[in-house]
Design a protein around this ligand. Structure first.
Ligand SMILES: [Ca+2]
Ligand SMILES: [Ca+2]
Length: 256
C-alpha cells in the first residue's frame, strides 16, 4: 500500500516537472512552429522561413505579386505588391507603380514581424574599437571608410547594447597593409564578435559592412539582424542573418 502511494507521488512530481519544463522551453518553440515568412533584401536576396528553418531562394518568380511590408532605408514605406525583373518594383492596391529609392527590406509573413527603426550614431569613444583592433593585431591609426554604431536594447533585458561597425575597405588617402571589416557588440564589459574580415590589401578587396535591418523573425521578443557587406563597385554584397545563441552570434542564413 505504502509503495503504491510513493509511486503515485513520483508520477505526480514527474508530470509537474515536465509541465514546468514545457511552459518554460516548449511554449516558445511551439509558437515558432507555425511561423512562415519571406524576407527580401534589395535585388539579390530572398530568404524564406518555414517549419523553423531558413532557405535561401535563388529563383524569385514565386515571390512576385505578393504583398509585402516594405521598408526603405530602414523606414516603413508601405504595404505593396512587389514584382521582380532586374530589381524589385513596387505597386499599390490599384497596381499603380510606386517609386522606391534606397535600400529595400520587404517582409511577407503570417504574423506581425517587428522591425526596429534603428539609427546610426557616431562613435564618440574609440576605446572598444581600439581594443578589438589590437586583439586582431591591427594598427589603431586608421583611415576609416565605415565607422558608426547602433545602440538599443535589442534583446529586451533593459540594458542597452552597442553594435560597432568599422572598416577601412577601399581607402582613399592611405595605403594600409591590411584591409579589415569588424562588427561587434558591446554589452556591459563584454565584447561579442559578429563579423571579422581581415585580409592583405590587394587593391580593391574587402567589403564595407552595414546593418540592413533588425527584425524579430521568430517572434521571441529578441531581435535578429541582417548584416550586409558591400564589395567594390558591382562585385556584389554579402548578406547574413544573425541570431544570438549560447552567448555568441551565429549565422542563420546567408546569400553566399
Ligand atoms: Ca539589452
Ligand atoms: Ca527573435
Amino acid at each position: 500500500m505504502k509503495s503504491k502511494k510513493v509511486y503515485i507521488v513520483l508520477i505526480v512530481l514527474m508530470v509537474i516537472f515536465f509541465l514546468i519544463m514545457f511552459l518554460i522551453f516548449g511554449l516558445d518553440e511551439l509558437k515558432k512552429e507555425g511561423l512562415d515568412a519571406t524576407i527580401i533584401v534589395d535585388k539579390d536576396t530572398v530568404w524564406t522561413y518555414s517549419e523553423r528553418s531558413w532557405i535561401r531562394q535563388t529563383s524569385f518568380n514565386e515571390y512576385n505579386w505578393k504583398k509585402y511590408d516594405v521598408y526603405m532605408n530602414n523606414e516603413k514605406a508601405g504595404n505593396y505588391y512587389l514584382w521582380y525583373s532586374d530589381k524589385w518594383y513596387a505597386f499599390d492596391d490599384k497596381k499603380n507603380a510606386v517609386m522606391l529609392d534606397g535600400d529595400l527590406l520587404a517582409i511577407n509573413a503570417n504574423y506581425d514581424v517587428p522591425v526596429y527603426n534603428f539609427q546610426k550614431n557616431e562613435i564618440d569613444n574609440y576605446y572598444q574599437v581600439n581594443k578589438v583592433l589590437e586583439d586582431n593585431k591591427l594598427p589603431t591609426d586608421v583611415e576609416y571608410t565605415v565607422n558608426h554604431k547602433v545602440e538599443f536594447d535589442y534583446d529586451g533585458d533593459g540594458e542597452i547594447e552597442e553594435f560597432y561597425v568599422v572598416s577601412n575597405a577601399f581607402p582613399i588617402e592611405s595605403n594600409p597593409k591590411k584591409i579589415f571589416s569588424l562588427v561587434f557588440m558591446v554589452k556591459g564589459d563584454n565584447v561579442y564578435p559578429i563579423y571579422t574580415n581581415i585580409s592583405n590589401n590587394t587593391g580593391f578587396n574587402g567589403c564595407r559592412p552595414y546593418f540592413s535591418g533588425f527584425i524579430d523573425v521568430d517572434k521571441d521578443n529578441k531581435y535578429e539582424f541582417i548584416l550586409s557587406c558591400a564589395e567594390y563597385s558591382v562585385s556584389g554584397v554579402s548578406r547574413m542573418l544573425y541570431d544570438f545563441d549560447n552567448n555568441k552570434f551565429k549565422i542563420l542564413i546567408s546569400n553566399n
